[in-house]
Design a protein around this ligand. Structure first.
Ligand code: FAD
Length: 330
């Protein structure tokens, strides 16, 4: 990879930049799994300059053939131990929410894409607006939740989303209304386009604040009880599939694979669809464990599992000898 110092200095001489940037930044610092080797340049532009700055940055990178990875909260990622070439453009500096009340009594909530999901949920609750409660306690950013069409408690991001503002491949800011058929289970139209999601327009409605907060509390407690935050992870490792007739976690449980480990990656001893980093797991350990589970489910049940976690960069499978079933945490 060519020297990105010169590239970024050239942009920053012309444009205001109030954010942060670092070279050879370990991606493990930016993923909830805490794995990932270095990226050549990690950059988090500030809210003040974000849309104009990123349009210039992405345009210049496109011209020069420099790969750019858009990083939200890193809550669904397994970044390669070898790292990723080019730029990781972190949206975490582009945060905030705004409310536009309609005459009908409903409200449009505009959320900048780098806003942490939980911060957006809190902001809506504070103003007595209902719609985002189901997302309470989910790690990651609003941009990532749109890209993944994040889902929990029987609701998906697309159920509350009315419109998305994005920077398209030609670096134009465009509005994309939500067409329900373009979204599906963990599927969004952004997965097949190279666009940067800038903001979400969500439709929310009035509800008693104490009811909103009680629902949020329930969801957070449920996540705590399910052990979501006990160890670094990226949430559900595999997608559910209606054709399987039961949740993927249950299938994995029934095969007795809870506690299965590879290196320091382990199927949570308390949940079949959660892979955890029990120490200094590598991306290769996680990849190998995912492949091992996929293989065993295929052989024993004839079903094809699909990972929900995203593997980023060139992935190697670890030859970690240590596949063992261990119901205790290492
Ligand atoms: C403990 C735990 C529990 C979880 N529970 C759930 C759950 O219940 N349901 C669920 O669906 N998920 C769950 N997840 C996964 C994760 O929280 C969601 O997928 C979340 O939406 C990811 O958002 P992110 O900002 O971290 O995205 P990232 O992981 O940073 O990125 C995911 C993808 O989105 C792209 N992306 C991110 N932001 C943008 C943007 N602004 N523009 C364009 N592309 C972008 C990235 O390039 C990448 O391809 C959980 C994760 C953890 C750690």
């Amino acid at each position: 990879m060519r020297d990105l110092r010169e590239f970024i200095e050239k942009i920053n001489r012309k444009m205001e930049f109030t954010g942060e940037l670092r070279f050879d930044e370990p991606m493990s610092l930016h993923t909830t799994f805490k794995v990932g080797g270095p990226v050549d340049l990690w950059i988090r532009p500030g809210t003040k300059e974000f849309p104009v700055y990123v349009a210039a940055l992405l345009g210049a990178a496109q011209t020069e053939g420099i790969p750019v990875f858009i990083l939200g909260g890193g809550a669904n990622l397994v970044v390669s131990d070898q790292g990723i070439p080019g730029i990781a453009l972190d949206t975490g500096g582009w945060t905030g929410c705004d409310f536009k009340t309609q005459e009908s009594g409903t409200c449009e909530m505009i959320i900048l894409s780098g806003t942490p999901i939980d911060a957006a949920v809190e902001a809506a609750a504070e103003h007595g607006w209902s719609g985002l409660e189901f997302l309470a306690g989910m790690p990651g950013s609003i941009g990532g939740a749109i890209w993944m069409n994040a889902r929990c408690y029987e609701k998906s991001m697309s159920d509350v989303l009315a419109e998305t503002e994005a920077l398209n491949e030609q670096m134009n800011r465009i509005l994309i209304p939500v067409e329900p058929e373009a979204f599906g289970y963990k599927k969004s139209p952004f997965q097949s386009r190279k666009m940067l999601i800038l903001s979400a327009r969500c439709l929310v409605k009035k509800r008693d604040k104490t009811e909103i907060q009680a629902e949020m509390k329930n969801h957070r407690q449920d996540r705590e009880q399910k052990g979501h935050y006990r160890f670094p992870s990226a949430g559900s490792a595999f997608k559910n599939n209606r054709d399987f007739g039961k949740p993927t976690g249950k299938l994995i449980d029934e095969l007795g694979l809870r506690g299965l480990s590879w290196g320091k990656a382990q199927v949570a001893p308390w949940h079949g669809n959660l892979i955890i980093n029990t120490g200094n797991a590598t991306a290769a350990d996680i990849r190998a464990l995912v492949e091992e589970i996929t293989c065993r489910v295929k052989i024993r049940l004839g079903l094809d599992l699909e990972p929900e976690i995203l593997f980023v960069g060139d992935q190697k499978v670890s030859n970690g000898e240590s596949v063992s079933i261990n119901s205790e945490i290492a």
